[in-house]
Design a protein around this ligand. Structure first.
Ligand code: XLS
Ligand code: NI
Ligand code: NI
Length: 437
């Protein structure tokens, strides 16, 4: 078997003092964080689309990435070879999971039947490689946005035949995910949204999307797939208004359509930023309502307004993420999927390693920092103190539902003025966090 990354060994953990760029300084799979092995807590996943299908092409220029194994064709032979590349890469990296869209791994054929046959051939090889290496499938999904048929959307297309095609495609993608032991199945909206309300029946499109998800769930049940369904928020791109705008919009949609028991969220950093939120906000908003299922780990660029899907290296970001994930005790069947690509100037295969090592180390470091912050209880104490007026007296009565507007009016009439506010200590808290970094 030829090696595709002959100069790269299995990436070892060498600790913070290592100067070896092909070693982990922070990510040590067996190290315990809050009673969990790092590997089990973080559940890293490599994404197939950016890592093995990315070419460096952008709206202004041609492909730049050097991928000696790839002949650039969309053939089954080339796709089979990429599977070898992918599993060598993921094994050497030491990530326990991967993710894919149906069309990342296998070429679309001239008919749905031909596409399914292509996918079956690749699936067979994926299964073989999973068994050989122990690498597992975090989630599968279907690409319902690249083919021209999806120009108006998939489940929300105005064209009923396109809805049917999308259903057929997702049916197959769930079956393949099930066969490969996938632990989740993701729905990212793709082109589920609109550019112009003059020609859009929003009510009908949203009803169709809900109906589509119910059908998907019915099918999953019928074949015994028990993996978690995940909905991935994104506010815009490719459409102007995506229906899955942010965690709040997604949760509202799921509840309104009776899907709250069967779908959680897969939250992506760059999408949070595009929605005008921090990742921490999105995670916490989902967590408190029981919808935090998995994350797409990447980052945007604050100076660029689109989904640049860069690898996360910012320790503040990973610390904030881990503060929320640790509060939840981890992600259950979810994971930390690097939905991230090397930039088009990072042309060599080895750059894929640098990118993933950096991302994994940034998360491991964030996890350790967050665990220390939690262990010292500094934020807990601050928050507890900040809301202490609700622990007794009128505050406790409000929380217990023991008083209404009339009683509260009487309370304020008797008291005259509210108790003075104490300082929010914003800068003090930011300094405190810096102490842990
Ligand atoms: C695109 C999305 C996509 C999903 C999977 O912006 O992040 O990659 O994660 O369809
Ligand atoms: Ni994503
Ligand atoms: Ni994205």
């Amino acid at each position: 078997m030829p090696e595709f990354f002959p100069d790269v060994p299995k990436i070892p953990f060498e600790g913070p003092s290592s100067k070896n760029p092909l070693a982990f300084r922070q990510y040590n799979p067996d190290e315990q964080i809050e009673g969990q092995r790092m590997e089990d807590l973080l559940r890293f996943s490599v994404c197939y689309w950016h890592t093995f299908r990315g070419t460096g092409v952008d709206p202004f220029g041609a492909p730049t990435l050097i991928r000696p194994w790839d002949d650039g064709s969309d053939t089954v032979e080339n796709a089979l070879k990429r599977v070898d590349v992918a599993f060598e890469f993921i094994s050497k990296l030491g990530a326990p999971f991967y993710c894919f869209h149906d069309r990342d791994v296998a070429p679309e054929g001239a008919t749905h039947k031909a596409s399914n046959e292509n996918l079956d051939r690749i699936t067979e090889k994926l299964l073989e490689k999973q068994t050989q290496t122990g690498i597992k499938l975090l989630w599968g999904t279907a690409n319902l946005f690249s083919h021209p048929r999806y120009m108006h959307g998939a489940a929300t297309s105005c064209n009923a035949d396109v809805f049917a095609f999308a259903a057929a495609q997702v049916k197959k993608a769930i079956e393949v995910t099930h066969l490969l032991g996938g632990e989740n199945y993701v729905f990212w909206g793709g082109r589920e949204g609109y550019h112009n309300l003059y020609n859009t029946d929003m009510q009908r499109e949203l009803d169709h999307l809900a109906c589509f998800m119910h059908m998907a769930h019915d099918h999953a049940k019928s074949i015994g797939f028990t993996g978690q369904f995940l909905f991935e928020p994104k506010p815009k791109e490719p459409t102007k208004h995506q229906y899955d705008f942010d965690a709040a919009a997604c949760i509202n949609f799921l509840r309104a359509h009776g899907l709250e028991e069967v779908v959680k969220l897969n939250i992506e950093t760059n999408h949070a930023t595009l929605a005008g939120h921090s990742m921490m906000h999105e995670l916490e908003y989902a967590r408190i309502q029981g919808f935090l299922g998995s994350i797409d780990a990447n980052t945007g660029d604050l100076l660029l307004g689109w989904d640049t899907d860069q690898f996360p290296t910012d320790i503040y970001l990973t610390t904030q993420i881990m503060l929320v994930l640790l509060k939840q005790g981890g992600l259950g069947s979810g994971g930390t999927n690097f939905d991230a690509k090397v930039r088009r100037e990072s042309t060599e295969p080895v750059d894929l390693f640098h990118a993933h090592i950096g991302g994994m180390d940034a998360f491991a470091r964030g996890a350790k920092i967050a665990a220390r912050i939690r262990q010292d209880g500094v934020l807990d104490d601050l928050v507890k103190e900040r809301y202490s007026s609700y622990d007794s007296g009128i505050g406790a009565q409000i929380e217990e539902g023991a008083v209404g507007f009339a009683e509260l009016e009487q309370y304020i009439l008797d008291k005259g003025e509210a108790a003075p506010n104490s300082s929010g200590r914003q800068e003090y808290i930011e300094n405190l966090i810096n102490d842990y970094l």
